[in-house]
Design a protein around this ligand. Structure first.
Ligand code: U2F
Length: 418
């Protein structure tokens, strides 16, 4: 009976790095309102749990459980130090735990559908595109819908086993295990990339796209300690360049320096989110000289920034959450991919959805950034990108209001509470 289903206890195993635990938490928060009597235990590290549970108020049926990460208290996670334990769909060993417990395994894939399909086809992709002599611009002609994607866009750790030793092994195993899952959930939405979704459906038992999660389960907190929204209120419609490179990496110092020069010299106002100590990262005097036209902060309520009508273009590292949020906010993008799925996301933004551009020459130059900003803010081509992104935004809104994402969410609830 429904009442009995409601009494289920659901164990949730989060991947505690980058923006992985937050979307999983959003999904669980939504499911917990749909099944108020079910209990959810959210397993993650203390640091990650503190972050995702912070400011959420009373959550009757979701409890955090802190898992020791085995690291000293003051250990800093950085890319120079890639030895932390890793694992969400990334934690493929959830399949084994679930089998032992005789319960269904339901992984969440927190990125886009294209990298997911490539991970499922890792052997084929390595065989066709992984050899030494394969030119960077060879396109993928063996999967429908991928003819715009080049060898150089494929995540390195998918293509080469030895890119960063632990990561390819984990992702490879994930690709092997996902077909065993009772359902694979993803934070995308069906009409965004229908060709790819159909291929995923034929490879997985129950592929359920329930996103964009920022709409399926909006974050009730989204604080704005540095008053970015108030600042945006004072800017002209569609004029602001918003810059943010996500939660993990920052472009190298010389690129930040040329980006700062480009922003200082261009006509547009800018809002720049830089973690840690922003002042140390910029050319001398930059912050002082640009304080009238620019605002540099260490955190923004990003979705709200992208939904603000003053924001005209988003310079991003092309992480999946940032791309989804830019679509939801209807803002074309300039992409400077750094690692993982980001080059593939960039190529999809540029070549398939046509809602933005990759940075010319792959690393930022003053000229490249300036040209890209002008293209998006003041040409017909930029205008067309805005129309294209508006179309994708409509598809996202439809998906969550009684469309495919809300249906898939019901189907997911059925799987986890049956
Ligand atoms: C990894 O991505 P990141 O965590 O580096 O970047 P995003 O997926 O774009 O997520 C960043 C999130 O942080 C939020 C922003 C996004 O939801 O709204 N944020 C904010 O609110 N304010 C700020 O000032 C700065 C950020 C990985 F690197 C990517 O390649 C993957 O695609 C991604 C998903 O698996 O995870």
């Amino acid at each position: 009976s429904e009442a009995k289903n409601d009494l289920k206890h659901i164990a949730v195993l989060a991947f505690p790095f980058a923006t992985h635990a937050a979307p999983l938490f959003s999904l669980i928060r939504r499911l917990s309102t749909m099944a108020p009597k079910a209990k959810f235990t959210f397993f993650s590290t203390k640091e990650s749990n503190n972050k995702v549970f912070s400011g959420q108020g009373r959550l009757e049926n979701i409890k955090p459980y802190n898992v020791n990460d085995g690291l000293p208290e003051d250990y800093m996670i950085s890319f120079e130090n890639p030895h932390e334990p890793v694992g969400d769909a990334f934690f493929w060993f959830g399949a084994d735990i679930a089998r032992e417990l005789h319960v269904p395994w339901v992984p969440l894939w927190t990125a886009g559908p294209r990298p997911l399909l490539l991970h499922l086809e890792t052997d084929l992709v390595r065989q066709k595109m992984g050899g030494d002599g394969v030119p960077e611009d060879r396109t993928i002609d063996f999967l429908p819908g991928f003819s715009e994607i080049r060898a150089g866009d494929i995540p390195e750790e998918l293509l080469y086993e030895d890119a960063i030793p632990e990561i390819p092994a984990m992702l490879y195993k994930m690709g092997q295990m996902l077909p065993r899952a009772a359902a694979v959930v993803s934070s995308s939405w069906e009409k965004l990339d229908p060709d790819v979704v159909n291929q995923l459906r034929s490879r997985l038992h129950n592929f359920l796209e329930v996103g964009p999660l920022v709409l399926t389960s909006p974050d009730p907190v989204m604080s704005d300690p540095q008053c970015c929204l108030e600042w945006l209120d004072k800017q002209k419609r569609g004029s602001v360049v918003y810059v943010c490179f996500g939660s993990m990496v920052i472009p190298p110092p010389h690129e930040l320096a040329v980006l700062a020069e480009a922003l200082e010299d261009c006509d547009s106002p800018f809002l720049w989110s830089v973690r840690d100590n922003p002042a140390e990262r910029f050319p001398e005097g930059f912050l002082e000289r640009t304080k009238e036209k620019g605002k540099v902060v260490s955190w923004t309520p990003q979705l709200k920034v992208l939904q603000h009508n003053a924001t005209g273009v988003f310079l991003t590292h092309a992480g999946w959450n940032s791309i989804s949020e830019s679509i939801v906010g209807c803002v074309p993008m300039i992409c400077r991919p750094i690692f993982g799925d980001q080059a593939l996301n960039t190529r999809t933004v540029e070549g398939i959805w046509k809602i933005g551009v990759g940075i010319e020459g792959e690393t930022m130059t003053k000229d490249g950034v300036t040209k890209a900003i002008k293209l998006i803010l003041s040409t017909g081509e930029g205008e067309q990108m805005r129309k294209n992104v508006e179309h994708l935004q409509d598809l996202a809104l439809d998906a969550v209001s009684n469309g495919s994402s809300s249906k898939n969410l019901e189907a997911l609830l059925e799987v986890v509470t049956k």
